[in-house]
Write a protein that binds this ligand. Structure first.
Ligand SMILES: Cc1cc2nc3c(=O)[nH]c(=O)nc-3n(C[C@H](O)[C@H](O)[C@H](O)COP(=O)(O)OP(=O)(O)OC[C@H]3O[C@@H](n4cnc5c(N)ncnc54)[C@H](O)[C@@H]3O)c2cc1C
Length: 226
């Protein structure tokens, strides 16, 4: 049984199903046993606890609401919210890692990706074998897509992206980035794999909070062909 028994002044637990409580207790125990004992060290050092990734995948944290055919837990949104609430109790940076992987990378791929992209990426992201990040925010216009400077251009066999993103959780360690860029004036999402020519994501050091979360200074796409 988890050490932490929760605080529930409004008896919200009475509205939860047995399955939702079971899911929450599983994550609660994971946080007690795996996160809390090691997180202070990582917070002080400003490092991400990579050793937690497999355990998080094993309890179905990544893409928890997505279909089982992709290796996901196929839970409802309440259960997903409870999972994130428990992780957040352990550490905001660890919660950010998991919610970006799930809600900002796996969900957009599932909702808007091609069948090929879904079949390739979702099972690997669910197992934590691959890490993703989500690049919307920019140095000049923040997270306002109206001012977005990053541009995509159609070329033979794909697209060329030019621009920079900032404050991108998991950006330094990501195998795939969901990047938002304007194509002919319309904001579109692109999957950019680590190692793509012109892609850089140097780490930002000395954050004041979310210290156990990795955030690059800037992610840059410099693929100009002209
Ligand atoms: C640790 C960290 C991790 C992040 N991870 C990611 C990530 O993974 N991917 C990503 O794309 N982004 C990420 N971000 C960026 C984050 O999503 C944005 O910084 C956030 O959405 C705020 O947007 P902004 O920077 O454009 O600020 P703004 O929206 O410009 O807000 C700046 C200030 O102005 C106020 N404000 C804004 N509009 C108005 C208005 N109309 N009236 C009155 N006040 C207003 C706001 O309340 C705020 O105080 C991250 C940021 C941090 C700090």
């Amino acid at each position: 049984m988890a050490k932490f028994q929760g605080v529930d002044y409004y008896n919200i637990d009475s509205l939860l199903s047995e399955d939702e409580i079971l899911v929450r207790n599983t994550v609660r125990e994971f946080v007690d046993e795996q996160v809390i004992p090691i997180i202070e060290k990582h917070n002080r050092a400003g490092t991400f606890p990579f050793d937690l990734i497999k355990g998080m995948a094993d309890i179905g944290l990544f893409g928890a609401t997505l279909p089982a055919k992709y290796g996901c837990a196929e839970l409802n949104n309440v259960a997903y919210g409870l999972m994130m609430q428990e992780l957040e109790r352990g550490d905001s940076g660890v919660r950010s890692f998991a919610s970006v992987q799930s809600g900002l990378v796996m969900y957009p791929i599932y909702q808007f990706g091609s069948e090929e992209q879904k079949d390739y990426w979702l099972p690997k992201l669910a197992k934590g074998e691959k890490i993703g990040c989500f690049g919307l925010t920019e140095p000049d216009f923040g997270s306002n897509p109206g001012g977005m400077i990053t541009r995509a251009e159609k070329k033979d066999g794909g697209y060329v992206l030019n621009g920079a993103k900032m404050w991108i959780t998991n950006g330094t360690i990501a195998d795939v980035a969901v990047v938002w860029a304007k194509l002919d004036g319309v904001v579109r999402g692109f999957l950019v794999e680590k190692g793509t020519k012109g892609f850089t994501a140097p780490e930002m050091h000395g954050k004041h909070s979310l210290r156990a979360s990795v955030t690059p200074k800037r992610i840059c796409f410099r693929n100009r062909k002209d």
